[in-house]
Design a protein around this ligand. Sequence first.
Ligand code: 5AD
Ligand code: SF4
Length: 471
Amino acid sequence: MMKRDEIIRVPQAELDAQRQFAREFSALPGRPRTYYIVTYGCQMNAHDSEKLAGMLEDMGLTPAAQKEEADFVLHNTCCIRDNAERKALGNVTWLKEIKKERPDMLIGVCGCMVQEPGMAEKLLRQYPFVDVAFGTGNIHQLPELLFRAADTRRRVVAVPEEQSTLIEGLPIRRESPFQSYVTIMYGCNNFCSYCIVPYVRGRERSREADDILREVEGLQKQGVKEIMLLGQNVNSYGNDMPGGLSFPKLLRRVTETGIPRVRFMTSHPKDLSDELIEEMAANPALCRHLHLPVQSGSNSILNAMNRRYTRESYLEKVEKIRKAAPDVGLTTDIIVAFPGETDRDFEDTMDLVKTVGYDSAFTFIYSPRVGTRAAEMPGRVDPALATERIERLIALQEEMTQMRFAEMIGRTEQVLVTGQSKRSEKQLTGKTSRNISVNFEGSAQMVGQIVPVRIAAASKTTLKGETEKGA
Ligand code: 5AD
Ligand code: SF4
């Protein structure tokens, strides 16, 4: 755990200096006018992109409809698995051809991948058409970095070694007027043996509760209906602030602002407390959804993953949640083919999935990440076997999802309407409190509202519903 005095809150003077760069940038002759951000990875990255967009708009740039047309294309990358990284680098390389026709175009790369050891050097060496690169630890410096790149037409790379900053007060251009992300903590201390996140996002740093509450109050006043509190491990919120609010108490305070719906992601099972379960049971503004990544159903694999819980203690917690709040839907993340995973270990995972009955699961084939402990472990699973396992797991989860969906038919759910379907204007789509997508017919005025919808049928991934008469 990082000591509070080791955490550096980016001083106002630094943010003011960045604002000055933003002003100077907007006065540069021939400067980029439009931007396009390509975002990879998780919600944390999606929210970082909202901050990057906020800063770019402060600099006088406006969004481009297509990346090929943009003067500045920024890739906010992910490195959780090899395929995420290859996709980002592939897309960056693809832009090289566009840049040949439009030599004034500036190309930027930022986010987790850039924060990996050795990546900045690789970008410099192998990607000479990249103009700006920076890590997750210095996104607040975007105005300065882009100013320098546009002013000098030379490449600018800045990646902080230590990630110890807390950044408050960045402008945010939010994607939705009624659903908002609010970060409550940065970084991760868990060092699960397969995971690169602690290396690229640094140690846990919690935001001050007052800063969080002020942000939520502002969103509530703007009419936001749902917020998602973000952190790599929200259950350890405040561990670096002895005497401060615990995560369940923070949840209580956040819902007291009057925000109708509050979600959070992600919960580590080892830190899921009774206090949190009680709060979920007692507080109706907390969405009826808990994402609780299990990763594996085998104790020996959980141990090798350094997850610090057992299959039994995980199932015990699931049991407690089901008892205290039976309407809460559970979802999970699972990795198959971790080094050393035997048929027996995999069957344990299948069995656990059957026992819990998740609403849905994100399933991944293990991908070795340089610098993590698992990358050095023996017992790599044959890729063909890994594929066979994940296919079996997906098929089983589909059955479980069907079962869960079938239970919902005939019920009336409160649905936050998120938009119109691409196919027809009359078709709306939204989310239940349990985080399940529902499609139904309705009018455009419903978008952004929470409306009652009767669930009539289920497809593989969504529910079909109808609005109640007069709704
Ligand atoms: N290989 C495969 N999946 C991974 N995840 C994290 N690291 C890896 C890896 N090296 C998965 C975990 C985590 C989710 C966000 O990504 O399941 O919960
Ligand atoms: Fe990665 Fe584990 Fe931290 Fe999640 S809890 S970000 S899986 S190290």
